[in-house]
Design a protein around this ligand. Structure first.
Ligand code: TXA
Ligand code: MG
Length: 402
């Protein structure tokens, strides 16, 4: 027992040291930002403060009074400055009162997130969004009316009442209204906007179901509301309305075409802009432990699949436990043939559609980690509509293109 405690302390000291180093590194890289928020963000503070018993509530099984009781519990924790995990239609969020710098600081500590990587603030009404910005212009109004609640985050000029730590020291703020009853109910009952990044630890794949949330955050948050699998499965589209031209900083289920349809003008997409914004995050995102190979789409799908299979054979020859992921259906006969060639070291996963791939890709990455796959080979997609957003996530997860 004694030994165990000592080890734990050793780990904690190591964790503190890592946090401290990370913080010092960020501080050097973004001096101004860090100066602004230095007083609030002290990474050396006790990480033990985040260690606690975690309650997980299966919201799908709760109705009437017991549902309301669970929402009230979450809302109260938010009001008390705690961090709560909740579902949205995109991915799970790790949420705290956006106005409380100490509560927001806990999010950064738990995620081990660089202090200059800003958070998204979740609201339950357009009026609530307006309280946090200096201007909610006509374009914001049009987009919010069309896409909220939904997977579109708007970047707008921040009002002074929002603490700097919530926006990573930036003078803009990212806001969205999630399309999920549980999320909206917590915000409404707490009467507070909730700052929430995706609930994964920094650098790991986003979390899209309660079980994965529990596995990752058990003992570091007081409460996880399990709302089942997220409807969309990849994070929201992030749109910068303060730039000229208006620019998508991260692609999601709301596409460029849809936004252009509402604004009636051309907008830009900046690939990997959200990473460029935060110098501390240059390592790859969304990555499972396995080596991820991305098969770029060839002019015919068959050619791409052949490239996937050649690579699979090589990996299996080298005794690598390999997962093969195809983005859309293939004929049954072909499926059988592939399965026969790659079993038992290889496993074939075939999605029904690109939408299903979006829905399940992060869950699959986490499953691959759990089952100790050493390699994952993924069939790449043509970058169109939601395919473009999914491809963006796969690219960020991949180590090599084949
Ligand atoms: O679907 C989602 O957006 C999920 C759910 C929980 O709402 N949230 C999410 O948060 O994905 P996060 O923190 O993992 O990603 C937020 C992205 C980051 O890339 C961050 O750099 C960017 O939004 N961001 C936030 N505030 C920004 C700002 N003021 N300017 C530019 N980028 C910003
Ligand atoms: Mg994230």
């Amino acid at each position: 027992m004694k030994q165990k405690r000592k080890d734990k302390k050793g780990n904690d000291n190591l964790h503190k040291k890592i946090l401290n180093n990370e913080f010092e590194k960020n501080k050097a890289e973004t001096k101004n930002t860090s100066e602004k928020i230095e007083g609030i963000m002290k990474a050396t503070e006790k990480i033990e403060a985040t260690k606690q018993e975690t309650e997980i509530l299966n919201m799908k099984k709760l109705q009437g009074f017991s549902y309301s009781f669970a929402i009230q519990k979450a809302a109260k924790l938010i009001q008390q400055g705690e961090v709560v995990v909740f579902p949205t239609e995109t991915v799970y969020g790790l949420g705290a009162n956006a106005y409380d710098p100490n509560a927001v600081r806990k999010i950064y500590l738990i995620k081990n997130r660089p202090s200059d990587n800003p958070l998204i603030v979740h609201v339950s009404s357009i009026d609530m969004a307006k309280t946090m910005v200096t201007e909610f212009n006509e374009e914001a109004e049009k987009l919010a009316k069309r896409f909220w609640p939904g997977p579109l985050t708007l970047i707008l000029p921040k009002s002074a009442i929002v603490p700097d730590i919530t926006t990573g020291g930036l003078d803009t703020i990212a806001i969205r209204m999630p399309d999920n009853k549980i999320a909206l109910d917590i915000i409404k009952i707490a009467s507070l906007p909730i700052a929430a990044p995706s609930a994964n630890l920094s650098g790991k794949p986003s979390i899209t179901n309660g079980k994965d949330a529990y596995e990752e955050l058990n003992s570091v948050v007081p409460l996880i509301l399990d709302g089942g699998q997220c409807r969309i499965g990849i994070e929201s589209t992030v749109l910068n309305l303060t730039s000229n031209p208006i620019t998508i900083l991260r692609e999601g289920a709301v596409t460029r075409k849809q936004i252009e349809g509402v604004l009636r003008k051309r907008i830009e997409i900046c690939k990997e802009c959200d990473i460029a914004l935060s110098p501390g995050m240059k390592y790859k995102h969304y990555s499972p432990k396995a080596t991820v190979y991305l098969a770029k789409p060839r002019d015919s799908r068959l050619k791409t699949i052949i490239a996937v299979l050649e690579k699979t054979e090589k990996l299996i020859e080298n005794e690598k436990k390999t997962m093969v992921v195809l983005s859309e259906e293939i004929p049954d006969r072909m499926k059988k043939q592939i399965e026969e060639t790659i079993t038992p070291l290889g496993k074939l996963v075939v999605f029904k559609s690109i939408r299903q791939m979006a829905h399940e890709i992060f869950k699959l990455f986490r499953k691959a980690d759990r089952k100790k796959y050493e390699s994952i080979i993924i069939e790449g997609l043509f970058e169109d509509g939601i395919g473009s957003a999914v491809m963006d996530r796969i690219k960020r997860a991949s180590d090599e293109t084949i």
